[in-house]
Design a protein around this ligand. Structure first.
Ligand SMILES: NC(=O)c1ccc[n+]([C@@H]2O[C@H](COP(=O)([O-])OP(=O)(O)OC[C@H]3O[C@@H](n4cnc5c(N)ncnc54)[C@H](OP(=O)(O)O)[C@@H]3O)[C@@H](O)[C@H]2O)c1
Length: 228
């Protein structure tokens, strides 16, 4: 595939490496090349099959607008914009493109979400709980997008209205650690996912772009990763 990668930061640079391993042709644009969306003109996008975005919350909505309006498929890993999901879903449906998004493209975290769903039954049996998340000090958003998704899947699976509190830590170079602790008067349940590197995120995003080829619609990676 011919892929345009937006962002050559910590995760984007790994996406580039994995796209190359999987024999895709890649164009990369960082903040400088994409100032005022310069990399996203219809002309520059003409030969691109899909755009992968690992940039920052301040620019991701502009990037999405330009790519979707140009009729391009997108995989968006950038976090901090999900309060605008409905707007983006409408835009994608209006333009008939394909779109996959996730706060976490790693298969491991998506398996972890399944474990959290199963454990959520505890909240109907005298347990209370908290979510802890730790990331590197440069991370721009808090709580993490993954922690917010964890909170949402646990609330839905428990059938309770109450949301678990999220406690965020920003320190050192932690790639991404998420814990769910459920506590009753008798015992504690600990669930933990600890990312060892960013490779899992990058691989999931490239495979999502491959999966999207020939499809239209607005997809959450947690609903489609099993098909990859
Ligand atoms: N969904 C997932 O699985 C997943 C996994 C990891 C991270 N993330 C999210 O992905 C995003 C990036 O994370 P990261 O750790 O890679 O951050 P990072 O190292 O800070 O990289 C962000 C990159 O975006 C570039 N950038 C900023 N504005 C841009 C623009 N308008 N156009 C193109 N590039 C632009 C920056 O370029 P310069 O260096 O030139 O300024 C920088 O290289 C964050 O929102 C993070 O939360 C998601």
């Amino acid at each position: 595939m011919r892929l345009l990668l937006l962002g050559r930061g910590k995760t984007g640079s790994l996406v580039a490496a994995i796209a190359a391993e999987r024999k895709h042709r890649l164009v990369i644009a960082g903040a400088k090349e994409n100032a005022s969306r310069a990399a996203l003109t219809p002309e520059r996008l003409r030969d691109i099959d899909a755009v992968i975005d690992f940039t920052a919350p301040h620019c991701v909505l502009d990037n999405i607008g330009a790519c979707v309006e140009a009729g391009k498929d997108m995989v968006v890993g950038t976090t901090g914009w999900h309060q605008h999901l409905d707007h983006v879903r409408n835009l994608v449906e209006q333009h008939g493109t394909g779109f996959v998004y996730s706060s976490n493209f790693s298969f491991g975290v998506n398996l972890f979400l399944d474990a959290a769903r199963a454990a959520a039954a505890a909240l109907r049996h005298d347990y209370s709980g908290q979510i802890f998340e730790r990331h590197h000090a440069q991370k721009k958003d808090a709580p993490s997008g993954t922690a917010i998704v964890l909170q949402q899947v646990i609330r839905e699976a428990s059938g309770q209205n109450e949301e678990l509190e999220i406690i965020s830590f920003r320190e050192g170079d932690v790639v991404g650690l998420h814990e769910v602790v459920l506590e009753s008067p008798a015992d504690r349940i600990y669930l933990c996912h600890d990312a060892k590197s960013r490779r899992g995120f990058a691989e999931g995003a490239v495979r999502a772009a491959e999966w999207l080829a020939g499809k239209k619609g607005f997809y959450d990676f947690k609903d489609v990763w099993r098909e990859l």
